[in-house]
Design a protein around this ligand. Structure first.
Ligand code: AMP
Length: 172
């Protein structure tokens, strides 16, 4: 295991039965609070691919994607829960590990053919990432890859993302 993977594993806290019984929640706040871990993670995300935009998925994806975009010299684009973006949007619905939801992106968020990296904290069932891929593509951009801090392999999310490169800094 790489030093970075070990550092991430060390700094992600398991919270049982949050937000509902049976879910083992992966809390990234200890990692975010550690300057060494935070900068190592952001540098890693920023160096994965040469892209025009980095998309963050609300809400924890924002915390990672915005500094990674800054570091990479790329733009940041938010994918938000329905009803939060003010201008004209595209929307996609999807199933979660716990519940279902609709996410949106601004229709004019990308120039045609722009290269995009999608970032989130945890890849679980893959429903959110898949919906984000669909949105970015419908908005006219090219999804280069998805990057997450942690992939929950037992939920097989990667299988729902066929054809898209997935970078997981840690797989559990
Ligand atoms: P999924 O669509 O099932 O891949 O779920 C991914 C989204 O839900 C991500 O935005 C995660 O932040 C969140 N999520 C799902 N399961 C967990 C978990 N066990 N711990 C932390 N976040 C999770």
């Amino acid at each position: 295991m790489s030093d970075l993977s070990r550092l991430i594993l060390d700094r992600i806290r398991d919270v049982p039965d949050y937000p509902q019984p049976g879910v083992l929640f992966k809390d990234i706040t200890p990692l975010l609070a550690d300057p060494e871990a935070l900068s190592a993670v952001i540098d890693e995300l920023a160096g994965l691919h040469q892209v025009d935009k980095i998309v963050g998925i609300e809400a924890r994806g924002f915390i990672l994607a915005a500094p990674a975009a800054y570091r990479a010299g790329a733009g940041f684009v938010p994918v938000r829960k329905k009803g939060k973006l003010p201008a004209e949007t595209l929307e996609a619905s999807y199933d979660l590990e716990y519940g279902s939801a609709i996410i949106e992106v601004h229709r004019d968020a990308f120039a045609p053919g722009e290269r995009v990296l999608i970032v989130d904290d945890v890849l679980a069932t893959g429903g959110t990432a898949r919906a984000a891929v669909e949105l970015v593509r419908r908005a006219g951009a090219d999804v280069v890859a998805i990057a997450v801090l942690m992939e929950l392999a037992f939920l097989n999310g990667r299988e729902r993302l066929d054809g898209v490169e997935v970078h997981s800094l840690v797989i559990v």
